[in-house]
Design a protein around this ligand. Structure first.
Ligand code: ADE
Length: 240
């Protein structure tokens, strides 16, 4: 059985979206992964089919109802009991490559996409749901966040990346940003590709790349550098 994604959403039309194109789209067409959507509104019980209500305690916007979401989640858990159930929310655990790798190595994933001001918190107490955020900004809904997460997972599935080096030297492997890349022409607008990359000396090239990885990570992502610590050859405090 292939890696299976199930999306619980009020907007199933948003899928596969960009996941139907390019690398992920080809893999989907080839059956290397599958994508199912579940319409949350199908689990509404009143005659207006309402999925949300005003926030307890007052305030702006609407909150997704625990009873409706609970029924949708139970449906997903029954269909794919072995897949982790995630909920996309800016209140979640920050998504990072190590977790993406874990998810890609498993049977698949079920993803609950929130809309409005949020989801009734009791849902997270009553069901085994892992809240996940893709960054410190607020999207209009969890659907685009789910697409980001799925894209990151699907490219790691067996046979999806084809001839490309299967991720061993890319950003975040080893806790650093990837080294910079260049290709022909050798001179563009008076700028040359670094001489070392054209030297054919593989040990020298590897050393240059490692040094640039560390240097760029230190400049752009000092937060990663602190975690990287001694592996960079310097102590975390020396990195600053
Ligand atoms: N929904 C709204 N904003 C989000 C974010 N930053 N990450 C995940 N889901 C979200």
């Amino acid at each position: 059985m292939s890696w299976a994604a199930a999306i619980l959403t009020l907007y199933p039309e948003m899928f596969p979206g960009p996941l139907g194109l390019s690398l992920a789209g080809r893999a989907l067409a080839e059956g290397k992964w599958s994508l199912d959507t579940v319409q949350i509104r199908d689990f509404a019980t009143d005659r207006h089919r309402s999925v949300d209500d005003t926030p307890a305690g007052g305030g702006a916007g609407m909150v997704m109802r625990a009873d409706v979401l609970g029924a949708a989640v139970d449906h997903a858990l029954a269909r794919q009991p072995r897949a982790p159930l995630l909920a996309m929310t800016p209140r979640g655990r920050p998504l990072a490559q190590d977790f993406v790798r874990e998810l890609a190595a498993g049977p698949g994933v079920s993803i609950l996409c929130g809309r409005f001001e949020g989801m009734d918190e009791r849902l997270f107490e009553a069901r085994p749901i892992l809240p996940v955020s893709i960054g410190d900004y607020v999207l209009s809904g969890g659907e685009t966040a789910a697409i980001v997460l799925l894209d990151a997972c699907v490219r790691l599935l067996p046979g999806v990346m084809g001839a490309a080096l299967s991720g061993e030297e890319e950003s975040f492997e080893g806790g650093l940003l990837e080294y910079p890349q260049y290709t022909r022409p050798n001179i563009w607008e008076g700028r040359m590709i670094p001489e070392v990359l054209r030297s054919g000396d593989h040990a020298k090239i590897a050393a240059w790349r490692k040094a640039r990885s560390i240097e760029d990570t230190r400049l752009r992502r000092p937060d990663l550098m602190e975690r990287h610590g001694d592996a960079s050859g310097r102590s975390p405090s020396g990195a600053r």
